[in-house]
Every structure is written in C-alpha cells, then in structure tokens.
Design a protein around this ligand. Sequence first.
Ligand SMILES: Nc1ncnc2c1ncn2[C@@H]1O[C@H](COP(=O)(O)OP(=O)(O)OP(=O)(O)O)[C@@H](O)[C@H]1O
Ligand SMILES: [Mg+2]
Ligand SMILES: [Mg+2]
Length: 750
Amino acid sequence: MTKPPSAFDALMSGARAAAAAAAKKKKSEQSQQPTASSSKKRKPSSSTLPTPTSTLNPNEEPEKEGPPPTKTRHVSSSSALQELKKRVPQLTAKPSKFDPSSVACWEKGTPVPFSLLALALDMISLEPGRIKMTDIACNLMKTVIYSTPEDLVPLIYLLAKRVAPAHEGLELGIGETSIIKALAEATGRTESKIKKLYQDEGDLGKVAKECRSSQSMMRKPEALTIRKVFNTFRLIAKESGRDSQMKKKNHIKALLVAATDCEPKYLIRFLQGKLRIGVAEQTLLAALGQAAVQSEEHSKPPAGIKSPLEEAVKIVKQVYSVLPVYDEIVSALLTHGVWKLPSTCNFTPGIPVGPMLSKPRKGISDILNSLQDVQFTCEYKYDGERAQVHYMENGSVEIYSRNAERNTGKFPDVVAAISRLKKSTVSSFVLDCEIVGYNREKQTIRPFQDLTTRPRKNVSVDNIKVDVCIFAFDILYLNGRVLLQDNLKIRREHLYASFEEETGVFQYATAITSNDTEEIQKFLDKAVGSSCEGLIIKTLNEDSTYEPSNRSNNWLKLKKDYLDNIGDSMDLVPIAAFHGRVYGAFLLACYDYNNEEFQSICKIGTGFTEEVLEERSKSLGSQVIPGPKRYYRYGDKMKPDVWFEASEVWEVKAADLTISPVHRAAVGIVDSDKVAEMYNVQKATQTKEKETTKQDGSESPKKQICSEDEDEDEDEVADEDVDVDVMHMKMKISELLSYTIVPIESQHFC
Ligand SMILES: Nc1ncnc2c1ncn2[C@@H]1O[C@H](COP(=O)(O)OP(=O)(O)OP(=O)(O)O)[C@@H](O)[C@H]1O
Ligand SMILES: [Mg+2]
Ligand SMILES: [Mg+2]
C-alpha cells in the first residue's frame, strides 16, 4: 500500500497488528496437530537435550542473584546445548541434502527446544540472501516435522512474528516499559541500569543476552520449548483488564528466567515485534511448501508435475492467500499432504482473502497493447482505503483492511449502510470495495488525507466527522457461493443485483467498457476531475477470475502520476529529520520569498539509494541545531527528532500537490489556513523501498522507512510486496532526482 503520510500510518498500524497478531484461538492451544509425516523411526540421538519434564531437584539452593525463579527444575544442561550448537550449522545445508536427525538431538516426540529456534534465528540474521534464509527456515521446519510435528504451528507463528492470524487482531500489547521491568526483575538489576545499557547498546535483545550471560545461576528452571514460548505469548496477548500489564510482565519474567544463551535476545525481540527476527511471509510460505514436499509421507507429487518443489510452494502460497490461517494449512498439510491442500483448505466467510492487486501501466496505448483482443472494463481508481466487507448469514459484519486487519470498529457507518442497502434476497456476501471520504453536501469525494483523520477504533456512528462513501467494485462470495473462480462479468452481475445504490453512501465504481483510446482518455480525465487517482482496467470475460493476493496482469492501473507529462520537480530544503537507522525520513520545506520563511511541504521517506541517504545523513548531521528556527513553518503535529540549519537544496520530483491539514506550504494562498502538500513523494518513495528490498533480497533497507509514528513495524512492507514489479520503479514519478548543496545565507532569514 502506498499512501501519503497518514495512510502510511495506516500501513504501519496494519503491520503492528500483524506483527503482534497470532494463531487461531482454540486450535493452537489444544496442540491438536496431526501425527508426524515421517514414517521412518529413527533412534533418538544419544546426546539428547533434557526435556522439560526432566529432573526436578527440590534440594537445590535458590540462586543468589536476582529473584528466585518460581520453578526449580533443572534442565537444559550446558553440554546438551553445546551439542545442539555443534549441530545447528547443518541447517544451512541444501534442503534436499538435509537430514533432520542430524540436528534433532533431543528425544523424538518431545517438545522442540526453543534454543533451536534462537540459534537458527542467529544464523538467519547473518544471511543476507533470501534463498539461504528459505533453506534454513525449511530445514528448521523439516526438523520439527521429523521430531515433533505438533510444534510446527507454533514454530511458524514465531517465525512469522505473530500470535494469531492477522484478522484476529490479537496483539501482544506490551510496551517497552513492561519489558524493561521484567528484564530488571528477571536479572536482578535495577530498571535504570537496564535503561542505561539499552541506551548504550541500542538493542534491548542484546542487553537481555548480556545480562543473562553475566548472571550466575545456581540452578536453572525448565528449558524453554518452542511451544511453551508461543503459548506464553498467546497468554500475554490475551491478558486484559485490570492488572493485565502486571500479569504480562510476570509472564515475560518467567520466560526470561528460564532463557539461556541467545534465547533472551530473541525473546525480547519477539516481544518488541522487531524486524531483525523472523522471515517475511512469502519466504516462510516457500519454506513450508518445500519442507512439506520433502517430508517423507506425502512427497509423491501427482502425475504430470515436473517441478514438485516449485509447484508445492505455489500451492502453499495460493492456499494461504485464500485462507491465511497457518493452523488450518499446517494441519491439512500434515494430514493429507501438500498436493491435496487446494481441496482441503478453502475460502471461509469471515476470514479475509488477500486482495487482488493491479500492475501499473504508463499510458493508454500501453494498456491497449497489453490487452489486445481481450474484453476489458475501465473503472475509476478511488483514493481511499481498500475494504473487504464480510456479511455473514447471521447478519454479523466484519470489515478487513488491505492487510487483513480488522477494521470493523473504524467504520460502524459502513456496517450500517451495507446492512441497510443489501437487497432482501441477499443473506451473505463478501464485498471488495474502496471506502472513500465523502462530502455529502457538495456530493464530492474528499482527499485521502481527510479519511485518515478518522479514529482507528471504537468509532460511534453519532460522532463521525468524515462521512464515507463505499465504492463497490467486486463481490467474492454471495449467498453461500464462492465466486472467486467466476469471471468478472459474472461477478459484476451478481454485484449489481445485490445492493441498492445511494449517492454518497454506497455506489458502484464508475465504469465504462471501451477500447477506444480517445474515449478512455476522456474517462481518465473525468476520473481525475472527480478526485480519483486514475483508472483501473480489468479484464472482463476471459482470464478474469479473482486472484487473491496477486498483482495480476488482469488488473492494470493507470494513475495520473504515471503519465509522462505530469509531475514537475521542486527545489526543497531539508529542515528536519526523523530517526531511522540513518535518518529515516526528512521534513522538506519550500522557501516562501514573500514571508521569508521555510514552509514544510512533505516528508520524504526514501527515494534515494542507500549510499545517497548515508551521504545526506552525514552531511546534514553537521547541521543539527537545537530546535527549529523561528522562520520555519510546520504543523503542530510535526515532531521531528532533529532540526537542521537550512543548508542544502534537493530537487524532488513530485506527482501531485494536494491540500494538507499538516504542512504549511503556501499557507494563506491556497486556502485560508490549509496548505499544499506533496504527498505523492511519500507514495513513491515507499514503493522504491519495496523494490530495493526485493532486488537484493535483504530486509535491511526497509529500516530506512519512517512513518509519522514510530518506525517499529517496517517489516510488513516486505511481507506485502514480494511481487511488486520492477516496472513500477521505472515509472516512479516522485523521487529525489538530485541534490545541490546551496549555501543559504542564514542571516538573510533572521
Ligand atoms: N475500482 C477499483 N478497483 C480496484 N481497486 C481500486 C479501485 N479503486 C480504488 N482502488 C484501490 O486501488 C488499489 C489497487 O491498486 P494497487 O494494486 O496498485 O494497490 P496499491 O499499491 O495499494 O495502490 P495505490 O497505492 O496506487 O492506491 C486497491 O487496493 C484499492 O485500494
Ligand atoms: Mg501502490
Ligand atoms: Mg490506494
């Protein structure tokens, strides 16, 4: 999703929910997993890791340093850990050559030690390439399938940094303060000491590791297992009401007390929901597909499949886009095998499917070339929030965002409208639509920015400041029937027959069916004139099924931004920055000669190569001033981390200028108190970010992104853009083109 600042926020909040999200409630807690798919019985290794149920030693002394642990079981002997450490490097083997018994040095069938995951994550963190990362994740899964298949679900959730599927919205809900408190109590240090170490180190995970390793323990509590950690995370996520923070803290403390070696580091990082652990969703799904094929029982592909590994990965990804619930997929996979997945895991009302996405095209002729001899339709591309509305047989409604976040509480007006305007023949449906800010008096679409001022949760219908109109463009499910495989023409007929339109409340996306260049051009102009971003062109008849999560050639977007003749560059001055790994984002300002002031116009997230970003950060680092100059104009809500002397000018190519409630450019000229904002700079720079990620396969460049909120949830960006296409980059329209360092006479402005 590429949005102006506040949408970027929405993305980040989606990520937050997702990063903290987790497993399907009952299932994972019941550890109901099917049996091991490995049929060969191998002898457990002689040097087994002690299991959690082993030797209780009531005679041991409580440890001297730190509070005594609640349990006094002695488990994980350091020799067992050493043995595991010796074996773990084998996880980097090619999955086809990897023998899980070479790593599984604990008793088969017993819970898999958490240290295996922690050590594997250490290895993954050293791997820049996606392929190697996938191999390690795959081998890790193979090991778990071989040893203790019921631990596969918890393993996958931990790798995915979730505690439940995204749509359940279950979050760990712990702040850094609680983590620090728990860490202090678990290690017997003061909170201020931990804070100090954190400040010096910059990484609470490392602090945790150091504190643990420097703490001598007379006796150790039970060794952590993957399932124990995961179940505790779920408990943490579910604690609510009074004392919940305290209870959460105690859960964390119990985990920390039991953690050894590099375990504390990863526990903390999981709890913080940090990027530096885990694997992107698509990598995880690929690893799962491969691990499934290579696990013995179900490895035989049906006849005619030439490349089983690739095919299995495709199946797992496809099934996940229709039913994004690991519990279901893993269970089906272990019971019936990967080849039966498409029939064992199906679309389920109430669970959001991945939204179909579009590919950018540069112009109408480009579109006509791509879609020769194919019937297609053009629709307005509305600039709002994607919504998948599920209306269940019992009349309940759920609204999901593009990232499968549950948005129902944000749009009670949509819930009401949809229930009122569905025809009486309709008993259940899943609607794909764009929710757009709307001025009902003037009957006009409001800018995207206005929509983002709506609170995210617990909105009450009586207190809505920004009305919305639902622009419906697809229907995926109707009266108990899944329509994903029907072509768009049929789906549309169903859609048009299912609702009453009401201007400004519920409308069908404006559409024409034409392949005449001039007509399409006029339609595009009309779309832009009606505050839309451009058009989405969709195949109508053949090859026009709904493709969940796919950025498909059957949906092409034509944004006004992309057209060659629009978009000019502007000379802007960085006046402040927001922290990231280097500076995460800069606040840019234009110079107003009349008022002799710098007025903020946009934040620029990236759009530069890492090299240029590094260079600019360094250069501006020497221009830091204690606070904003009095001739800087910026919105009250802008809270950059550092301010700069106005010292250099950057040429920035922009797609669009819109009225901004935040920035101060052209204040008083454009609108009495509102101002212009170059928000598309951010849209495009975020896109660029995605491509960087894809191309080099690493995740680190994402750290450059900074949103209006904290930068803690960057990882979701990676998850969702695995299939961002390179075309996008070529036609990127707003980017940092060049920068010139122009000395600016500061006395001039004083
Ligand atoms: N008529 C429409 N049909 C499909 N999607 C539409 C339509 N109108 C608006 N949209 C929006 O456009 C998006 C599809 O564009 P794309 O696949 O590029 O996703 P995106 O990266 O979020 O797009 P963008 O940032 O350009 O809005 C959808 O997610 C939806 O929010
Ligand atoms: Mg986009
Ligand atoms: Mg959009």
